[in-house]
Design a protein around this ligand. Structure first.
Ligand code: NDP
Length: 290
């Protein structure tokens, strides 16, 4: 019987490598320029999941030697007050990155806030300037999750040139920027969403499938073409409290050549790329990067 088992792409290990590289770069920045990269993380309200994300980001900063500055504001904060804080952070020389934890409370205008962050400190890469730079082929800050995915793909040595890639999901933070990063590598990209017809057929023809939908086990293992690469971005919590992805892993692993697990795949890369963007921002400030 022909039983294939995919290689598991180890996001935890790759993220550790990124952090090791960054530690060295940060040491150098300190020695050569007396600069310590600084990241400010702004949290509005008391959403428990957001608090965990912020804590993880702060801890990751400390581990590599990035100075982190946390701002926790009450849920009653309005758009103007938040913009005032961001304006102050934009002006500070010791801060190279500003991150506003999403989602924001409903009464705050998210678009106005994201556009209020200086594009030169927009380490999440969500500002329209940075999105525009990515789309026009001259990226400055790349959104962290798709940037992390590119690094995972590269870690396998896989050449994307001419490959048929299907991205499922078209969010501004994952799906759309993913499309342009794959295009940048000369892949042929199809982007699918909730109105797509014949999704399983499209996935069945893909050499690379990136899934960012947010539904446990949404992509069935049998849809995957034999030998395809499967990147599972989804983070879903099952009733018994486990984390699981958007792809039916146990079946997909039998058909794919490479697959990312959940947890331990894309997730750890997102924070690693945030740290990387912060260090790049500090380097850009002293003219070490264009
Ligand atoms: P969004 O909810 O913003 O986007 C989901 C996308 O899935 C939409 O484009 C939607 O289509 C599409 N979709 C929904 N139903 C279907 C369907 N039946 N068929 C095809 N497409 C469908 O999610 P995000 O991009 O923010 O996140 C997606 C997942 O990735 C979540 O589980 C999230 O937790 C996870 N995530 C993980 C990260 C990490 O670090 N690992 C980082 C960010 C997100 P439409 O546009 O038509 O509504």
């Amino acid at each position: 019987m022909d039983v294939n088992t995919a290689s598991i792409i180890n996001g935890k290990e790759e993220a550790r490598k990124v952090r090791e590289e960054l530690k060295k770069e940060i040491e150098e920045l300190k020695e050569k320029y007396s600069i310590t990269p600084g990241l400010s993380v702004v949290l509005v309200g008391d959403d428990p999941a957001s608090q965990v994300y912020v804590r993880n980001k702060t801890r990751a900063c400390e581990e590599v030697g990035i100075r982190s500055f946390n701002y926790t504001l009450p849920a009653t904060t309005d758009t103007r007050e938040l913009l005032e804080l961001i304006d102050g952070l934009n002006r500070r020389d010791d801060l190279h990155g500003i991150l506003v934890q999403l989602p924001l409370p409903d009464h705050i205008d998210e678009r106005e806030i994201l556009e209020g962050i200086s594009p030169m400190k927009d380490v999440d890469g969500f500002h329209p300037f940075n999105m525009g730079r990515l789309v026009t082929g001259a990226p400055l800050f790349r959104p962290c999750t798709p940037a992390g995915i590119m690094r995972l793909i590269d870690s396998t040595g896989y050449d994307l040139t001419g490959r048929d890639c299907v991205v499922v999901g078209r969010s501004n933070i994952v799906g759309k920027p993913m499309v342009f990063m794959l295009l940048e590598r000369n892949a042929t990209v199809t982007v699918c969403h909730s109105r797509t017809r014949g999704l399983s057929d499209k996935i069945g023809k893909a050499d690379v499938v990136v899934v960012a939908v947010g539904r446990a086990g949404f992509v069935k293992g049998e849809w995957i073409k034999k030998g395809a690469m499967v990147i599972d971005v989804g983070i879903n919590r099952t009733e018994d409290g486990r984390l699981t992805g958007d792809v039916e892993f146990d079946e997909a692993v039998k058909r794919a050549s490479y697959i990312t697990p959940v947890p331990g795949g894309v997730g750890p890369m997102t924070i690693a790329m945030l740290l990387k963007n912060t260090v790049e921002s500090a380097k850009r400030r002293i003219g070490e990067r264009p």
